[in-house]
Design a protein around this ligand. Structure first.
Ligand SMILES: *Cc1c(COP(=O)(O)O)cnc(C)c1O
Length: 351
């Protein structure tokens, strides 16, 4: 049987523009803000939707040597770029298969419970990170569990905790910081780590030996102290599939939520909610062409979005337009979090 060869696939009609130089500059800015602490990178969830193959080379070139993913299935993609000693898995080992995989790859598990400590030691132990819960009640051993004799048998590289409210001015931050400082003497470890992106801006007392930013690397601005120090990294871009001339009085899109008040040139763009440009942008979002504003009109469809081309009458089918996606302002406008705006971007747009 002769398999028919696949013809070459034509170029896509949508793409995520990733500014690797901005990503590297954001890491350097966070590393400078981290002062004497080293700066790791959270690259879980395909580097927050940016693409691990885009993010890790830029981060390594900038100087980053510590990386965190969440799932064991994310290890393979990360190991294409860094060695196993630079990588740890935040969810830790849930069963013997996870432990065996950690041992086979040499990647450190982050141990999050006494049960995880137990199965890690049963599998033979070795270098690991240890998460202590200082008030978030998500993952991590409670401080009172640290006296368990099993904990004393661990080879802890990074002893860590995670802040629940670092992007707010909350008394919880200082409570967590002092709870963390209080346990450092009780567990032998190489490095201590508390701060995520926002935590870096809370001050020197929060930085310890290693900071762990994610969001801010990718252009998110979690606290006002970081305004002006971080640059946008991702911009969704899409081609115009069709230009239509909508007469005054007619409506555009599902539900007819937009009605033209005058004869209007409308571009149908190859980007929709299946790509992560969610329906919340209906009659709200803004696209641009060379600085000219092209408002979204009507409802965002699964694969398409309509825009008003009045400001750019020269645009034609096949021309590319970009989505306004400055994360702090897009979050404010849409009601989505800056984290969601990044991670919601769908597989078709990931380059
Ligand atoms: C995701 C994550 C980070 C990064 O947090 P950001 O808020 O994106 O900077 C750091 N530490 C842990 C444990 C995480 O799960």
């Amino acid at each position: 049987m002769s398999a028919k060869p696949h013809p070459e696939i034509p170029p896509p009609a949508l793409r995520l523009s990733v500014d690797r130089a901005a990503l590297a500059a954001n890491w350097r800015a966070l590393d400078a803000m981290s002062d004497r602490a080293a700066t790791a990178s959270a690259v879980k969830a395909d580097a927050y939707g940016v693409g691990i193959h885009n993010a890790m080379p830029a981060l390594l070139e900038a100087g980053c040597r510590d990386f965190y993913v969440a799932h064991w299935c994310e290890v393979v993609g990360a190991l294409d770029h860094c060695d196993a000693a630079s990588l740890a898995v935040l969810h830790g080992p849930v069963n013997a298969a996870d432990c065996a995989y950690a041992r086979a790859t040499g990647v450190r598990p982050v141990l999050n419970s006494l049960q995880q400590v137990r199965i890690w030691l049963e599998s033979g132990g070795g270098p690991c990170d240890l998460m202590v819960d200082t008030g978030m009640n998500r993952l991590g051993l409670r401080p009172e569990e640290l006296g368990d004799p099993l904990v004393a048998r661990l080879e802890v590289d990074v002893l860590m905790s995670h802040l629940a409210c670092a992007d707010e001015d909350s008394a919880a931050n200082d409570h967590q910081r002092s709870a963390f400082a209080a346990i450092l003497g009780t567990v032998p470890h190489h490095r201590a780590s508390l701060a995520n992106s926002a935590g870096i801006a809370l001050g020197e007392a929060y930085r310890f030996d290693l900071t762990r930013p994610g969001l801010a690397l990718y252009g998110g601005v979690p606290r006002h102290e970081m305004h002006g120090k971080l640059s946008q990294v991702v911009t969704p871009e899409a081609a115009i599939l069709q230009v239509r001339h909508v007469p005054a009085g007619e409506t555009v899109g599902y539900g007819g939520t937009y009605r033209a008040t005058r004869d209007t040139a409308v571009g149908i763009v190859a980007l929709g909610y299946a790509d992560g440009y969610l329906r919340c942008w209906s009659d709200l979002g803004m696209l641009r062409s060379e600085g000219r504003k092209l408002p979204v009109i009507g409802r965002v469809s699964m694969d398409m979005t309509a825009i008003d081309l009045s400001a750019a009458p020269d645009l034609a089918e096949g021309d590319w337009v970009s989505v306004e996606y400055d994360l702090p302002s897009a979050a404010q406008k849409s009601g989505l979090s800056q984290y969601e705006l990044l991670t919601v971007l769908g597989p078709r747009i990931r380059s």
